[in-house]
Ligand binder design. Sequence first.
Ligand code: SAM
Length: 280
Amino acid sequence: MSPLEPGLYIVATPIGNLGDLSPRAADILSRADVIAVEDSRVTAGLLRHIGAKRPMVPYHDHNAEGVRPGLIARMATEAVALVSDAGTPLISDPGYKLVRDARAAGHAVVTIPGPCAAVAALTLAGLPTDRFLFLGFLPPKEKARADAIAEVAAVRATLVLYESGPRLGACLATLAAVLGDREAAVTREISKRFEEAVTGTLAMLADRYAEAPPKGEIVVVVAPPGEAPPASVEEGDAALAEALTRLPAAKAAGEVAKRLGLDRKALYARALAMKAGGSA
Ligand code: SAM
């Protein structure tokens, strides 16, 4: 087997079916002088699958600072491959500083593209793909998560985010509360035996997963805001005043938020103020 040119090789690996490993990725992994890995047990399994045995160096969030200079030095004379446990390195995974420093040191950087859960989810969701915004993992705490979602609520792009099964219900509920009731898809176990994409509105999906957290790996895809311009404060107030003649504050806020695509929490605060001020 001929040696590879020295430098850094970013190698995407399967997120499910091992058959998704490209022949070029298998070739690079078989010929690399060393492979920087997240978890050597995971990569050892992949190497077994392609009948290769290569030296591995752990490279993850907890040791990257210490290990990086050594890897950069080796790139002068050796082919260093970078993989993550699954999918494309650097995408919600370590690696960008390694690429940055490799370039700064004048080493060649080559990418071997392949599976990425975010892109695969977009191909399953049936939502617009012309503009999308990848959010990675949202913060686990409710307030920080709502703030992160509010920050991108007005962006006219499909949103793509990673989430864990146990947190899915709460995450969908926050998305519905902050974004209004957009279309969305929960994609799960992509490229594995139980691959599925469940579509519906955010509220429907939040309901579905509230009590039954799904197993496996998940990507949530959310449609962009609708074409209609957002309702004005005056329109929101008028609708809220009407709804308050029929409903308690929380329900009125929920109904108007859903109908006009406004923020439910803000409407609820407004409803309480209207009640206190006697304007409804
Ligand atoms: N770098 C990876 C990539 O290219 O997709 C992502 C790594 S990130 C640490 C892991 C997250 O990706 C999982 O928690 C899940 O949200 C998503 N993911 C990875 N594999 C998946 C799969 N087969 N199906 C659905 N989501 C997946």
